[in-house]
Design a protein around this ligand. Structure first.
Ligand code: DGT
Ligand code: CA
Length: 579
């Protein structure tokens, strides 16, 4: 699909026009078009073939022509001309949170074509604050933004990398004779961001494997090609390492290259205490190899049960394994529903029946349709009148559906004073209420914490959405006393969301574990705005597994009836306290 490529070009055009200070309506038209194209479930090339580009919202004759030009040639003439006018490094500055087009232009006028590193240096030298309209605080914010961007460039979200890893593995399986193939490293441990992809292979035809690997369509550069290890780089700079390992030590190598390094070191120490040596070549007593064909061999020689990759971070898993108290981690097939999906009622693109159909394909039993609340105009928040219509439509759907059930819910805005964007009489008519902060991020810690706490103290609020507000590679969380929030969550029996959208994963693994330890239940929701995004649900499960969560900690493992009973319980339990 070229949807993303077309959207990227349109966004880039909007960036350049903005720096040039062009008509804001033109800028917005490109941005909106980019967004609509990115959200399309259908392949834009297919749409173009059917002459259907005009049917895409926001695409008129002029943009349709440009899309066709991009599909034919990879770019369009006007774009190439624009690129000549504004240096590329300058446009890239716009990806820094805190740097808008006006700042970018001011920087350009004063310092010429600077890039990220030069800007960082200028900030550190306190030169940026000399520009008109820029204060010391803005300079600090830009510096923080640069760090976030750098982090985002070095590490990418797992959700963006997993499909690439899977595609490589599928192609190698198809084209080579393989005994074994596994992804290793942080991808196997399902860490939220990864630096590169590590793949391990066992094959009787290693040369062929290396040939196929280094000539995969996604290869942009072959960094190294050897007998046992090759490395390539993709077009957007992602490195993939492939190692061919002997059958006799495949398990030991898989264990070693899965890591983490800290976990490996602990295992190695345990082995040394037993007079053994464990490394990527096997398990050794003196010079004699005594095992390592299977991964479990490594754990067995140090008297441990198998530790799932997601736990291998030296965060207490070795001790837990020794004492026989490893958690029985939640599994994807225990998940019965998605707790956070947007429909056409607000800013989602799918109808209720399309959502239910997708859920059925994914073997889910229920979906909570949680659209934005009335005040959130940019996300087409649902008016009270429309919410009543939605309730009726969902009730009718559930009466006729023999399999998938829908929950009528909302993602209600927590207002800046801690109040909610619907009155309680409305909230109590809903099956599930997720409360979220969408504005006022810049408030201080005490105010923000109080806002979330007052939402949790409402007996009709079941879940807090994306509790910390961080976006991977784009912004850190808002100032929030999360410990305090989790304590009140436990007291008020409010669940914390694990938002499974690939750039959020919020709560993260560590905080999910803290929540569990404080007695808080977790709720996994994809926050899907288009149907395909419902497929992010495993990412939420990975966070849960890395957070040591078991089936009983996550309310998505409840059946529809059990879930409704669970959700009603907070209301009945806390009414007495709050009224
Ligand atoms: P990242 O940064 O997302 O790529 O994270 P990893 O864990 O995939 O790290 P990477 O790719 O540098 O190395 C893959 C695995 O290889 C790592 O998890 C553990 C193992 N490893 C790498 N270097 C060492 C080392 O010096 N000692 C030990 N014991 N293991 C290592
Ligand atoms: Ca790695």
């Amino acid at each position: 699909m070229k949807n993303k490529d077309v959207a990227n070009i349109f966004n880039h055009v909007a960036d350049i026009l903005e720096i040039k200070g062009e008509n804001p309506f033109r800028v917005r038209a490109y941005r909106k078009a980019a967004q609509n194209i990115e959200n399309l479930a259908e392949d834009i090339e297919e749409i173009a073939k059917k002459d259907g580009l005009y049917n895409i919202p926001g695409i008129g004759k002029d943009l349709a022509k440009k899309i066709q030009e991009i599909l034919d040639s990879g770019t369009f003439k006007g774009y190439e001309e624009l690129k000549e006018e504004v240096p590329n490094g300058l446009v890239s500055l716009l990806s820094i949170p805190g740097v808008g087009p006006r700042t970018a232009k001011a920087l350009y006028d004063r310092f010429g074509a600077i890039d990220l590193n030069k800007l960082e240096k200028l900030c550190l030298e306190k030169k940026i604050r000399e520009l008109p309209g820029i204060k010391a605080k803005t300079e600090k914010n830009i510096l923080k933004g640069i760090q976030l961007v750098k982090m985002g460039m070095e590490r990418r979200p797992l959700g963006a990398i997993l499909p690439i890893a899977q595609e490589i593995i599928e192609t190698l399986k198809k084209k080579c004779i393989l005994d074994r193939i596994d992804v290793a490293g942080s991808v196997r441990r399902k860490k939220e961001t990864v630096k590169d992809i590590d793949i391990l292979v066992c094959s009787s035809h290693p040369h062929k494997v290396m040939d196929v690997f280094t000539s995969l369509p996604l290869v942009h550069e072959v960094i190294a090609k050897g007998e046992t290890k090759s490395s390539i780089r993709t077009g957007d700079g992602l490195q993939v390492d492939l190692r061919v390992v002997d059958r006799s030590c495949y398990g030991a190598a898989l264990c070693y290259f899965t890591g983490s390094k800290a976990h490996n070191i602990r295992i190695r120490e345990l082995a040394i205490k037993r007079g053994l040596k464990v490394n990527e070549y096997g398990i050794f007593k003196g010079n004699k190899r005594i095992g390592g064909e299977e991964e479990i061999d490594v754990f067995e020689v140090v008297d441990l049960p198998y530790i799932p990759p997601e736990l291998r971070e030296d965060r207490g898993e070795i001790e837990a394994a020794m004492e026989g108290r490893l958690p029985k981690l939640i599994e994807m097939d225990e998940i019965r529903g998605d707790m956070h999906v947007h429909s056409k009622y607000s800013d989602g693109t799918a109808t209720l029946s399309e959502i239910a159909k997708k859920a059925k394909e994914m073997k889910l039993e229920w979906v909570a349709v949680t659209d934005h609340s009335q005040g959130l105009k940019i996300a087409r928040g649902v008016s009270i009148e429309d919410l009543r219509r939605k309730r009726a439509e969902i009730d009718a759907f559930n009466r006729s559906s023999t399999d998938v059930r829908l929950l009528c819910g909302t993602e209600v805005d927590i207002l800046s004073d801690g109040g909610l964007d619907y009155p309680n009489e409305i909230l109590k008519q809903l099956d599930v209420v997720i409360a979220a902060i969408h504005a006022g991020f810049k408030q201080d810690e005490a105010t923000l914490t109080k806002r979330v706490i007052s939402a949790m103290e409402n007996p009709y609020v079941h879940i807090i959405a994306h509790p910390t507000g961080r976006i991977i590679g784009e912004r850190g969380g808002y100032a929030l006393n999360i410990e305090k929030v989790l304590e009140v969550a436990a007291q008020t029996r409010t669940c914390m969301e694990i938002n499974a959208y690939y750039k959020r994963l919020d709560l993260n693994d560590v905080l999910s574990r803290t929540a569990k330890n404080k007695g808080v239940f977790l709720s996994i929701g994809t926050d899907a705005h288009i149907l395909d995004q419902m497929e992010f649900i495993p990412l939420g499960v990975y966070v849960a597994r890395r957070g040591w969560l078991e089936k009983r900690d996550v309310i998505n493992t409840l059946s529809y009836e059990e879930l409704l009973a669970f959700l009603r319980e907070k209301m009945s339990k806390f009414k007495v306290v709050f009224y």
